[in-house]
Design a protein around this ligand. Structure first.
Ligand code: ZN
Ligand code: ZN
Length: 194
């Protein structure tokens, strides 16, 4: 997975396409040896802070469960898109609904050095996150994102990526990309060709 530190000082990613991708990538991946960022209120907060520089109040466990369900739907949509397959209409409907109903209007608060964004409506936290991710997914899939959505080329990796070039295949050059290079090298040096 791309390191959040690669992104420089994290501007809130709530309004761009990267939130949906990184949210879909919060699943546990045995290949990348990362756990599920939605496993607990604590891990969710840690992920938000590390990946997007965002703070959030602790999320109730039930809300996390809802977010995990939403993540599954989102991954289904991204997976279909990455394969150039049809997106199930029911999945599209629920994505659009999440984008529509959730109160995620950003507002400027503070006046001086502390100027920052905050959500306008304190409605249920899980709904706000679902809404923010859903809107981000709309941007990601509906245009304005010229890079190509792909599943990582490592068959055991569960991560998606936005490829900057046609040849980019790995979710991370230091993770899966490096492991693939090592495996290729091993095969070259150990293959006797019989
Ligand atoms: Zn992975
Ligand atoms: Zn990967």
């Amino acid at each position: 997975m791309p390191s959040p530190r690669d992104r420089g000082t994290a501007a809130p990613a709530v309004l761009d396409a990267s939130l949906a991708l990184s949210f879909a990538n919060t699943v546990a991946c045995p290949e990348c040896r990362v756990g599920d960022a939605l496993a607990s209120p604590r891990s969710f907060r840690a992920w938000l802070q590390a990946a997007h520089g965002l703070e959030s109040d602790p999320l109730p466990r039930k809300a996390l469960e809802d977010l995990r369900k939403f993540r599954e739907e989102l991954r289904e949509i991204l997976g279909a898109r990455a394969r150039n397959a049809q997106i199930p209409p029911s999945a599209l409907r629920s994505l659009n609904e999440a984008a529509r109903v959730s109160p995620v209007v950003p507002q400027l608060v503070g006046t001086g050095k502390d100027l920052r964004w905050a959500w306008s409506d304190p409605g249920p936290l899980a709904l706000r996150w679902t809404g923010a991710v859903a809107r981000s997914a709309v941007l990601l899939l509906g245009g304005g994102e010229p890079r190509k959505l792909k599943r990582c080329g490592m068959s055991t990796c569960l991560h998606f990526l936005l490829a900057r070039s046609r040849s980019q295949r790995w979710c991370s050059s230091t993770g899966c990309g490096n492991r693939a290079r090592v495996a290729r090298h091993y095969r070259r040096t150990h293959d006797t060709g019989d």
